[in-house]
Design a protein around this ligand. Structure first.
Ligand code: PMP
Length: 449
């Protein structure tokens, strides 16, 4: 069953691949990645490239981290599974809970609720936000605000606050009472405002106006990514998240920071909110929590929110959780990954290599007229928006996007396409020479457009 022909023939036949059209995958089967070492991945034909995507924004420590691999295999021998539902617990879960809380203590985080991934973490935070207000005697605070272009996973709650129509339209009706503010995206926005600071103010004002219109007493939370990832690496002005924090505080609205991508060093700091000097009420995490080696997420809860639950009497019960919440093997991966993240100080390399990548792409923009906008400069998240006409900002067609992607791949780097954006989020352990490989592969890709 493992020979190359079998794998190629059946790649998309029985298997439906996420986020794609099944017929398209059958006609043009996805690349089969067979192994990985360090920052490099190898496909079934033996072609090796630098993984400029870091798996899926998640392999923060690269593919060769032995302490995480060892922790997983020894935990499998000791206790492969036991639940952490009320009544039982397990040692790796306790240790991982302790370590995650410690890691995010500076962000005001005091409690940790483990999940199986990012969408679960988002769902958990949204549910806890409603329960928090109910416990405080404001049960009418049920609505959620979020940003257009934001990505918050694919559960019904997350899809409802999602800011990209593609992830919503086929699954409607979604959760009622979800509202979207414009994205802090100077290149394209309804105000035609190109100054990031002024744009931040306009969006803050729009939020204030909506609160005034709908009534603060109906709003549970604002959920936002500190830097929008899947929406195209949209970096808000430094004033944006602090302004949103202030508005939430003044109106009793919880601020949920979706750190599924930005957590654990990707922005050049340990959390995206910390990068902007903000303490959220809750944080959604996943991905870098195990560097992608095991599917784990965590909803992180501030002291302010935790206290309400813990002092509420019987209604403070959390009747929510997953079979794999605090899975012992996953939890062992979390502890090892956090130790390694701190030991390797990945945030510092993310900041340095992120600047190198961003500046390298800015240099490419001088050479290639198809580059409409370059976004990044805050750690290892970089987005390049391609256009067929710079003045008109006409989004690049998908055939050209695919040609850019394939040429860059042949030239040595796996990048990711998100509509007409090229997205990059390599492992935080990437070297200077590997960033240069990505840049020359991009150069080749853009030349083939
Ligand atoms: N939130 C954000 C910001 C994400 O980027 C993602 C995934 N890319 C999710 C939530 C959902 O995470 P998962 O795919 O692990 O469910």
């Amino acid at each position: 069953m493992n020979d190359q022909n079998f794998l190629k023939e059946n790649n998309a036949r029985q298997l439906w691949h996420p986020m794609g059209h099944p017929a398209e995958a059958q006609a043009n089967p996805p690349k089969i990645i067979t192994k990985a070492q360090g920052t490099k991945i190898t496909d079934i034909d033996g072609h090796e490239v630098v993984d400029a995507v870091g798996g899926l924004w998640c392999v923060n420590l690269g593919y060769s981290n032995d302490p995480i691999k060892d922790a997983i295999s020894s935990q499998l021998q000791e206790l492969p599974y036991y639940s952490a539902f009320a009544g039982t617990s397990n040692p790796p879960a306790i240790e991982a809970g302790f370590k995650v809380q410690e890691f995010f203590a500076e962000d005001g985080i005091e409690r940790v609720f483990f999940t199986s991934g990012g969408s679960d973490s988002v769902e958990t935070c949204l549910r806890l936000a409603r329960q928090y207000h109910r416990l405080r005697g404001e049960p009418n605070r049920t609505k959620f605000f979020s940003l257009k272009k934001g990505y918050h996973g694919t559960h019904f709650g997350g899809a409802s606050v999602n800011g990209n129509n593609r992830f919503r339209v086929n699954y409607e009706p979604l959760l009622a009472g979800c509202f979207h503010l414009p994205a802090p995206y100077p290149y394209r926005n309804p105000f035609n405002e190109t100054d990031p600071a002024k744009l931040a103010q306009l969006i803050a004002q729009a939020f204030e106006d909506e609160i005034d219109f709908q009534g603060a007493g109906s709003i549970a939370a604002l959920i936002m990514e500190p830097i929008l990832g899947a929406g195209g690496v949209i970096v808000p002005h430094a004033s944006f998240m602090p302004m949103m924090r202030d508005i939430c505080d003044r109106h009793g609205i919880l601020l949920i920071s979706d750190e599924v991508i930005t957590g654990f060093g990707r922005t050049g700091d340990w959390s995206g909110a910390r990068h902007w000097g903000v303490k959220p009420d809750m944080m959604c995490t996943a991905k870098g929590i195990t560097s992608g080696y095991f599917p784990v997420g965590a909803a992180l809860i501030s002291g302010k929110v935790a206290e309400v639950f813990e002092t509420a009497g019987p209604d403070g019960g959390i009747y929510h959780g997953y079979t794999y919440s605090a899975h012992p093997v996953g939890a062992a991966a979390v502890s090892a990954c956090l130790d390694e993240t701190v030991r390797l100080d990945t945030k510092t390399n993310a900041a340095a290599r992120g600047t190198q990548l961003y500046e390298g792409v800015l240099a490419l923009a001088k050479k290639h007229a198809i580059i409409g906008d370059v976004r990044g400069g805050h750690g290892l998240m970089t987005g390049i928006e391609l256009v067929s006409n710079r003045e008109a900002k006409t989004p690049m067609d998908m055939d050209t996007m695919k040609r850019v992607h394939q040429t860059a791949y042949e030239a040595g780097a796996m990048v990711r396409l998100g509509a007409h954006n090229v997205l990059m989020s390599p492992p935080l352990t990437i070297t200077e020479a590997e960033v240069d490989v990505i840049l020359s592969a991009l150069d080749a890709g853009f030349s083939a457009a």
